[in-house]
Each structure stands twice: as C-alpha cells, then as structure tokens.
Design a protein around this ligand. Sequence first.
Ligand code: NAG
Ligand code: NAG
Length: 437
Amino acid sequence: MTMGMKLASFVFMLTIVLLEPKLNVHGQSISIPKLILNYMFPKDPHIVRVRKPEDIRTTINNVTTLNFFGMVEKYGYTAEEHYVTTEDGYNLVIHRITGSPLFKGQQTGKVVFLQTGLFGTSDCWVLIGAGKDLAFLLADKGYDVWLGNVRGSSYCRSHVKLSPRNKEFWQFSYHEVGIIDLPAMIDYVLDYTKQKNLHFVGISMGTTVLFTLLSIKPEYNAKIKLAVCLAPIAFWTEVSPMMQSGINMVRSITNLQEILDFTEIFEVLPLTSTNIMLGRTLCADNTITQVICVASVFLASGANPSQLNTTLFPEILSNYPAGSSVQTLFHYNQNIITKKFQAYDYGYIGNYKHYKQATPITYDVEKITAPVAIFYGGNDLLALKSTVFELYKRLPNVVLLEEQKSFTHLDFIIAINVNTLVYSRVIELFQEFDNKA
Ligand SMILES: *[C@@H]1O[C@H](CO)[C@@H](O)[C@H](O)[C@H]1NC(C)=O
Ligand SMILES: *[C@@H]1O[C@H](CO)[C@@H](O)[C@H](O)[C@H]1NC(C)=O
C-alpha cells in the first residue's frame, strides 16, 4: 500500500471509531454500517430533477437535483434529448450537446459518443463545468457530442412491459449493455446524423461494454473511427489488496446472491433523494464528516489528494452514483474469480438457455480491429497497470498507450487537471484522425 492509501484507511477507521455509535443526520441518529447499507440499497428510488439552478432544494421532503439540460444550460450550452427503445424493451435516453458559446463556426458534423462507467449517466461528463469537462471541451471545438445512458441508470428506469419493481427488469449486466444497449445507441446516432462512423470515449465500464460489443459483434468495428479508453476494464489478472479484501468479505457471506434475491434487492446504488441529501450534508466543505467521503473515494478508487477537489463532493453526489443491477457486480466478481473476460455465468442450464452452450461466451478481444487509444492511471486501484498491459498485449490495433502516473480510477472524470493532462490529448488525437481521413 502507498502512503496515501495507508492514510486513507487510517482516517476511515478513525472516523468510524470516533463517530460510533451514531451519526446525526437531520435530527435522526443512524449507525454507520446501517447508513452504508441504506445508501447502497435504498428503499426510495425517487428523485425530482429540475432544469434551473434556482430550483435546487435540499430540505426534508423536498430534494431536487439538476437534470442534464440544467447542467449544460448553466454554462450557456444547448442540448437535446433523444429516445431509443432496445430490441428487448428498455427505454434509453441519449443526450446531445448541440451548441457551445465558444464555437461560432460551422459545426464539423463529426460525432463523438461518450459512454460513462458503472453507476454513471451522461451527467458524469458535465459535472465540473465549462472549460473542464470533456463534453464541453469537445463542443467548444465544434464536435457533435452524444452521451449514452444504459439500462438501469437513473435516466433509463423504464421498459415497454417491465417495471423497475420487477426482478426481470434487473436481470442484466454489462453483457446486455454491451451487445444490446450500446449498438442500439450507436446505430441511432449514426442514422440520425447520417454519418458512417464516430469517435468513442469510454471510461471504466464504458470500455468494458465497448470491448464486449466489438468482440461479439465485430461488424461494429467499422463504425468506430477511434476508441479512446480511459481506465479500461477487461481482464482481472490481478486485483489490489483492498479489492481482494472486499471480494473476500463478499465471499464470506454464504449465499449472498440468494439473500439479496430473497429480500428482493436487485438494484444497487441508485440515485435517490435521500442519498443526494446525505451527500450534500455529510460531504460538504467544513463538515467533520467530509473525511469519511474522502477516505471512501480513496479506498474505492485510489488516493491522489492533490487532484481531488473536495468542494465538488456535494455536486458530484447530486448526480452520482445513479444505479445499476446487482447482477452487474456479480458479473465483475465472476470475471475476477475466474480471471476470464467472459459473459455472465448462469450455471449449466442457464448458460444453455442464454448462450446455447454449457459455459459462458468468451469475449475475444483479438477481434477488436478498431483503433484504440488507452489512457490509464499509475495509481488506479481498479484498472491496475498489469491488467491494462494484459489488454494492451491482446488488442490488435492499439495506437496509443499513455500513463498518468498519479491518476486514480475516478481521476479520469474528476481530477483537478484532467482537462490539460488527458482531455486535451484526446481532442488532439481526434483531430489527428479526422485530418487523416
Ligand atoms: C419543492 O421545490 C420545488 C422547486 O422549487 C417547488 O417547485 C416545489 O413546489 C417544492 N415542493 C414541495 C412539496 O415543497
Ligand atoms: C474546486 O471546486 C470549486 C467549486 O466548483 C471551484 O470554485 C474551485 O475553483 C475548485 N478548485 C480547484 C483547485 O480547481
């Protein structure tokens, strides 16, 4: 463990010890383990989104948060919302930035499609503001910026037949997102814009789903002009000690999957009014509890204190995490245990039903012929360097592999200098590719 990590664990433990047994949240006292469980599996997946910053509220019984329109209009950009229904009935929302106050010329018409990671939505690409977030910077250069949202996230809790209260609604992982949601969105965008191909940017699970798509449906390689993969996740040849202890903890609870199933918990970390309120109250500057928020981020993603702007916590937690299926986590867990990049394992009978074979389908990344640029963090606890190299070794068409030494997993979205360190490089790459074409 690095110094930063030791410090983070220490602060985390210390805070829990000092604040035990009770934390006071709006006059209610709650124990920390209970708080964490309620945060992960809340019972009120309800949020009110508003479009104007002056309508944001954080009072009991009235918590509101900005929607995507509000987040971009705040900085003078314009946006659109598009709707796609997948072949299996999920209603997806795609966002698009149509104009930047800094770009006056003729739009290039060149499309960039941004796909966020686990528990994320299109909001994650516009969290920090103009001049900082990749989506804004691309729009400033005249790119046609589209932002994907996948089944189960706060913008896509809708289905033609199923309700999010149904178990069936949540029976998916990055397999379905990769082979159904992503191609449905890409086809919609190409069709709507009358383009043949697009630039893709994915972070974390946003890369996992791209690798899944391009290996299972290799015909999609031709639709990707350049794929930029930030903190990519595919092979789990190694996991960090912190992650290993998490996995061991999960493994020590026998039948966890059955317990969750029995208690009808199919969804994890949705965006809810309560969670937004907790984030705004407990993680704000000048609160004694903010250290817990900092330590949790360091433990989950890696520690890079000089790139973390703690002032942003309440805003980030007003839009993230925004939910996914429990099955997605179990899918990652399976891949970690088997060290294989493959589809979800339903067991012998289930696998026959889903894949027409006894074992899960393997994602054959050798089939990914689209050009790929990889940016990874030297301090990332999830996409470890060795796992990124494993991916790099197998991908046939990597045009760039670049390390940001101090970067953690989340830094590719929230680091103070991510715009100058990474995003400006990404835009250069796109321009280079566009000029070649
Ligand atoms: C909550 O706040 C919104 C935004 O200002 C307001 O329109 C609404 O009437 C409020 N609702 C309640 C129940 O107070
Ligand atoms: C941190 O975020 C706040 C709120 O957006 C901003 O005013 C401040 O300039 C940021 N600090 C740095 C170092 O970027």
